[in-house]
Design a protein. Structure first.
Length: 120
């Protein structure tokens, strides 16, 4: 379970960005992920860089919307649906892993109880 968590303690399914990369929220969330560091100094330095990159990305997003934005709305809706499906699949996998770990722990405890009862 620990291998599926980030430095901030988030599960992999919580790290997936559902919003479009060519939207304000989606681009900002994707860029902001670089600040997920253990080292505080690196985190603050990357925050400054992330804010600058978000400004550049939002400038590009505004230009993109002015040229192509309205024409690509149906495509963006389909892609968003597939990203949501990806999040649901990751959450399902994490739940199954948690249940498997719980079952293994219970089996170990049961085996230990049986051994203790046999010794008595």
């Amino acid at each position: 379970m620990a291998e599926s968590m980030s430095a901030s303690g988030k599960l992999r399914s919580e790290q997936v960005v559902v919003q479009s990369p060519l939207s304000f929220v989606g681009s900002a969330k994707r860029i902001w992920r670089i600040t997920d560091q253990e080292n505080q100094i690196a985190r603050y330095a990357l925050m400054v860089l992330a804010v600058a990159l978000i400004f550049v990305a939002w400038t590009f997003v505004i230009a993109w919307y002015c040229v192509w934005g309205v024409l690509l709305v149906p495509y963006r809706m389909i892609r968003r649906g597939s990203r949501k499906d990806k999040v649901r699949a990751l959450q399902h996998r994490e739940q199954l892993q948690a249940l498997t770990n719980l079952q293994q722990q219970q089996a170990i405890q049961t085996a230990q109880m049986i051994q203790q009862n046999q010794k008595e």
